[in-house]
Design a protein around this ligand. Structure first.
Ligand code: ATP
Length: 650
């Protein structure tokens, strides 16, 4: 069916062999993705789309991928459109002959500027037929918009947007606007695009690679499944080490897929997706999981993840947990780093935590202090919050990738290449004991030293560095487990309630949601009003009331309680992530988190939630996922060995 629908689209979009891929062709694929929630179907649609491009116009593969991913380049390149909703609204109004005020009212009621743009274009009579949009023209225009700077740049950006909109027909206007807003919302998760690319390269190898397409008749269903699985493993492995489609696509168009793992690997200057840890409920669980092999416990520092790179040319880079370039944020760290380097060290990638540090008392300061540091274009003289680096892993040293080596080897490499410098650079405090009491003491020491708890890591067996994976080989034991739950959650405010009494004039409580990656929706998990100072509530109210952050109605991708007293007074745009602690999780007749995962029709709710801090390093889509919520719920009851779960009352 997909193949049939797909060839219809191809001829309908007027695409001739070798010619630029029509934007209409990609938009038709987006439409079909939007009509299903099944991950497999979306993968097939995208595989077919990418195959058609590989077979006909391979040069357009890269822009197609970026448009599908809603990105303009790799995350670390930091290319951003720099367009606000107000500018887009104005551009749509001007192009479609609509009153801006009227359009804004409709937007408040409807919620999707993309659909409004499509509807407005459909009723417009045109004097002449505009030239058809192509994938490459749209992508190039996006890049040009991103590059515009200086005087009148907003006006120039708006003109470029208008030029695109004028040429847009049918659903093109909708997808253009949504892409410009950074919210395609057709269910295209990053992993889906990556899988589709792997499958497409396996089934339709580019001519320049010299590989023949696999013979489906000979392979049979099982053989085909194997070919696709192998392609996926190769590509995902390569991407986790070198997350740059620019480099990967350039290679994949001329070299066989199977060769990519030997051709492409970790490179200083390109950030690796960080390895993540699984939460635990305490030391007992750690010993249960790791008891039979060697492991190490490290302090879990309360700062910001920082991946430090030294390139072969001697320059340095620092990347965030999200692979964003933070080099401009930490000039002081880079200035001092050479003091911690031994002479024999040339290129490296080390995984570290940057922690705020009080020089006078030689004490670590909490994350809240670190978050007051400016984020961009900092000059060394301006730095008020000193930072100390705690290094805990070494992923590449002197050109050699180490991630396939066990942690014991990587840790030795780290220590062989760096030296500790008081107040500036240290190795993460570690204890390799497997004695429960000694670990408990070490945890107490960690907490006393202002750390969040411990990170526990396998040393020799199953101890490679797994980029971007939340691995069972890294466990976190947070001090919070003593207070109830094993871990905090990172949640997104999607609604707010007017405050009363002392909180009149600000929002007194918020509706929080987790993110369901499969369904691409934000699902309510609790109402929260605890943990905020009055000053913070005032700041938050001002933040949300700023242009475009409150909504007249919920987004179509919000799932929330029907109970009237839980329906927020004001809906919010997803734009911030809050770390939250709670007493426990319970099945809820009202809230929608992970609905269907633990209970067929009810979701999961947090009981007695309290705000801890704002997570500037996470995007709304990186909030705690519905699957994680379901897992936390199961773990909670599994560990507590209680047969029956409590049911929340709100
Ligand atoms: P996650 O990253 O698991 O989604 P999160 O961002 O809330 O959740 P935490 O639960 O705080 O992260 O735990 C992992 C983070 O702890 C790492 O990303 C890193 O920034 C920090 N960290 C501090 N000390 C260490 C250490 N010794 N080893 C690894 N990570 C550490």
């Amino acid at each position: 069916d997909t193949a049939r629908a797909f060839s219809v689209e191809r001829s309908a979009s007027g695409w001739k062999a070798g010619a630029p891929v029509p934007y209409a062709f990609l938009c038709a694929a987006f439409d079909r993705c939007a009509q299903t929630t099944k991950r497999l179907e979306i993968t097939t649609i995208m595989t077919d789309t990418l195959r058609a491009i590989l077979e006909t116009t391979p040069a357009d593969l890269l822009p197609t991928l970026y448009l599908s991913l809603n990105a303009l380049g790799p995350a670390f390149a930091g290319i951003e459109l720099g367009l606000g909703d107000a500018l887009l609204l104005k551009a749509v109004a001007e192009t479609c002959g609509r009153q801006e005020k009227q359009l804004k009212a409709e937007l408040d009621a409807e919620g999707d500027l993309g659909s409004l743009a499509m509807a407005a274009r459909a009723t417009q009579r045109l004097m002449f037929t505009p030239a058809k949009l192509s994938v490459r023209r749209v992508f190039c225009a996006f890049i040009e918009i991103a590059q515009l700077g200086g005087k009148d740049c907003q006006q120039k950006k708006r003109d470029k947007v208008k030029a695109l909109l004028v040429a847009a027909v049918d659903n093109e206007a909708m997808y253009l606007v949504r892409s410009l807003q950074g919210k395609l919302r057709v269910g295209l998760a990053e992993q889906t695009v990556l899988t589709a690319l792997a499958h497409a390269l396996a089934l339709s190898p580019p001519a320049a690679t010299g590989c023949a397409p696999p013979s489906l008749g000979k392979l049979g269903a099982e053989g085909l499944h194997e070919v696709l699985a192998r392609a996926e493993t190769v590509l995902k492995d390569v991407y986790s080490q070198l997350p740059s489609y620019d480099v990967i696509v350039a290679e994949a168009l001329v070299h066989p897929l199977a060769e990519l793992s030997t051709r492409l690997h970790l490179t200083a200057g390109v950030p690796v997706r960080p390895m993540l840890a699984k939460p635990t409920k305490g030391i007992g669980e750690v010993l249960e999981r790791f008891g039979s092999g060697a492991f190490t416990c490290e302090y879990k520092y309360d700062g910001e993840r920082a991946q430090l790179h030294r390139l072969p040319d001697g320059t340095y880079k620092i990347f965030s947990r999200n692979s964003e370039d933070m080099t401009g944020k930490y000039p002081d760290v880079l200035q001092r780093l050479p003091r911690a380097l031994l002479d024999s060290t040339s290129s490296f990638i080390i995984d570290c935590e940057a922690v705020a540090y009080d020089v006078a008392t030689a004490k670590l300061l909490p994350f809240q202090t670190l978050s007051t540091r400016a984020k961009k274009n900092v000059s060394t003289e301006q730095v008020k919050v000193q930072v100390k680096i705690f290094a805990f892993d070494c992923l590449l040293l002197n050109g050699a990738p180490l991630i396939k080596q066990p942690l014991s080897h990587r840790r030795a490499a780290l220590r062989s290449a760096f030296r500790e410098v008081p107040g500036e650079f240290a190795f993460a405090s570690a204890s390799d004991s497997d004695n429960a009491e000694e670990i408990a003491d070490f945890l107490n020491d960690a907490v006393a030293a202002s750390c969040e708890g411990l990170m526990v890591k396998t040393l020799d067996v199953d101890a490679t560095y797994e980029p971007s994976k939340r691995s069972l080989n890294w466990l976190k034991v947070k001090k919070d487990y003593l207070e109830g739950m094993g871990d905090s959650l990172d949640l997104v405010p999607i609604g707010a309630y007017h405050g009363r009494g002392k909180r009149t004039g600000v929002y007194g409580a918020y509706l929080l949601a987790c993110y369901d990656e499969e369904r691409e929706e934000f699902q309510s998990i609790c109402k929260i009003g605890t943990g905020f100072s009055e000053e913070l509530l005032a700041q938050l109210a001002a933040f949300f009331r700023e242009e475009g952050r409150t909504l007249a109605k919920p987004r179509p991708y919000y799932r929330f309680p029907a109970k009237p007293d839980l329906v927020p007074d004001v809906w919010l745009e997803t734009c911030t992530v809050w770390e939250v602690l709670a007493a426990d999780l319970s099945i809820s007749p009202q809230h929608c988190a992970a609905v269907g995962e633990v209970d067929p029709s009810r979701g999961i709710a947090l009981r007695f939630p309290r705000y801890i801090r704002t997570r500037d390093d996470k995007k709304p889509e990186q909030a705690t996922s519905a699957t994680q919520v379901a897992q936390m719920y199961r773990d909670q009851w599994g560990n507590a060995k209680k047969g029956k779960a409590a049911v929340a009352d709100d």
